[in-house]
Design a binder for this molecule. Structure first.
Ligand code: HEM
Length: 406
């Protein structure tokens, strides 16, 4: 049994996941927090678990109950009472809230946002293009999604730097000290409630106004629900996208031939390869290593393994997406891969609500970066790159690069 959750594991968890898939596909494991959970690593089992109605998202079903408080879910969210968000609830509440948010957060709204994402991307690259070097996480991957989601929600420009600071606190300390994170979450909630209240008096075209306006059979979101929704859009859409841009660039820099093909296709003005490339980068080294917590509400069987009521189950998306039973040559990067129904955005009723926005941002960020800085190269060896140690997400702390100044 390979050791999990060490620094070596964080740098390359895939060999350990291959072992688990083969020898212990549904394995009870003690996590670094001390909580015990089942890790599900095969693709077929992962898909079954993600769509399993007897696995609840609500932590009240955790057998450790109050003992596990603060060890599952998003740090700080309990103290700030932001619990009623999509990733923590089951039908029928989930169905109601998801239907309401889907009326406001539409694919059309995302498509109309494309020019703004391009503008933000160019502006951020302008900030370092003349230097010939940059840390792509801090100067590019980190600010892009936070400013994008703030704009989409309708957070006024003068307040966006506060959001950047709060988000920075959450991403830096997500798996570590909780005091600062809890404070950041609290500030964010107070701010969002105040903003929602203000917007109610003067509705605009932004997503928060859309959330306030959305109604379904006469039902609306309460102000608390709208705040929790804005919070989860920020939280779910931020670090994930940072990591998709970071991990994706990192992977491309390690596969020069495929990267060259992608650059050639971009130079010809084609977008088809960029679209399949982003999906393959998600499959190959995606931002969400483990899907968020699930708890058995009754006894059930996954992959032949009995799971008892109250047991937590973690679906290892990163392992499932390298399962040779589902993907040909799973450890090979193939930017043109067609048969690619990866689980990087989850599956079932909690399937990523922000997938269209994530695709838009990643395609814009990676496409523009490779076009504007075609000789982009890593400025650090593998031993100098540090991965953030959180449980759910997989992403780099820094990504130093060099290039010919623009
Ligand atoms: C849910 C991945 C970007 C909003 C999820 C889930 C995954 C995921 C795996 C399901 C988690 C589970 O079932 O436990 C990703 C990835 C992204 C990304 C890889 C970027 C590359 C975004 C963005 C937004 C967003 C940009 C919004 C602005 C959400 C929401 C949910 C969700 C609200 C909860 C949906 C529900 O429970 O019904 N995402 N996400 N995500 N995502 Fe994303």
């Amino acid at each position: 049994m390979p050791e999990l959750f060490t620094w070596e594991f964080a740098a390359d968890p895939y060999p350990a996941y291959a072992w688990l898939r083969e020898h212990a596909p549904v394995r009870r494991t003690t996590l670094p927090s001390g909580v015990e959970a089942w890790l599900v690593t095969r693709y077929a089992d992962a898909r079954q678990a993600l769509a399993e109605g007897r696995l609840s998202k609500n932590p009240v079903h955790h057998s450790e109950g109050a003992h596990a408080k603060g060890k599952v879910g998003i740090p700080g969210e309990r103290s700030a009472d932001l619990m009623t968000h999509l990733l923590n609830i089951d039908p029928p509440d989930h169905t109601r809230l998801r239907r309401l948010v889907s009326k406001a957060f539409t694919p059309r709204r995302v498509a109309e946002f494309a020019p703004r994402v391009q503008q933000l991307t160019d502006h951020l690259i302008d900030g370092f293009a003349a230097k010939g070097e940059a840390d792509l996480i801090h100067e590019f991957a980190f600010p892009l999604p936070i400013y994008a989601i703030c704009d989409l929600l309708g957070v006024p420009p003068e307040d966006q730097d506060d959001f950047r600071d709060w988000a920075g606190m959450m991403i830096r300390h997500g798996g570590g000290p909780r005091g600062g994170v809890a404070r950041a979450v609290k500030k964010m909630r107070t701010y969002l409630l105040e903003l929602i209240h203000r917007k109610r008096g003067e509705l605009g075209d932004d997503l928060i106004s859309g959330l306030i306006r959305a109604s379904d059979h006469g039902e609306h979101l309460t102000e608390n629900e709208a705040a929790a929704m804005a919070f989860i859009l920020l939280f779910a859409g931020f670090e994930t996208t940072v990591n998709l841009i970071g991990n994706g660039t990192h992977t491309l820099l390690h596969h020069p031939e495929q990267r060259a093909q992608l650059q050639e296709s971009l130079a010809r003005g084609e977008t088809a390869l960029l679209a399949t490339a982003v999906e393959e980068l998600l499959r190959y080294d995606g931002p969400v290593e483990l899907a968020t917590w699930r708890f058995a509400t009754g006894p059930l069987v996954i992959g032949g393994q009995e799971i008892a009521t109250g047991d937590p189950v973690l679906v290892v998306l990163a392992a499932a997406d390298r399962d040779p039973a589902r993907f040909g040559g799973p450890d090979t990067l193939d930017l043109a891969r067609r048969d690619n129904q990866h689980l990087g955005y989850g599956h079932g009723i909690h399937y990523c609500l922000g997938a269209p926005l994530a695709r838009l941002e990643a395609q814009c960020a990676l496409g523009t970066l490779l076009t504007r800085l075609p000789d982009l190269g890593l400025a650090a060896g593998p031993e100098e790159l540090r991965w953030r140690g959180g449980l759910i997400m997989r992403g780099l702390r820094t990504l130093p690069v060099r290039f010919a100044p623009e």
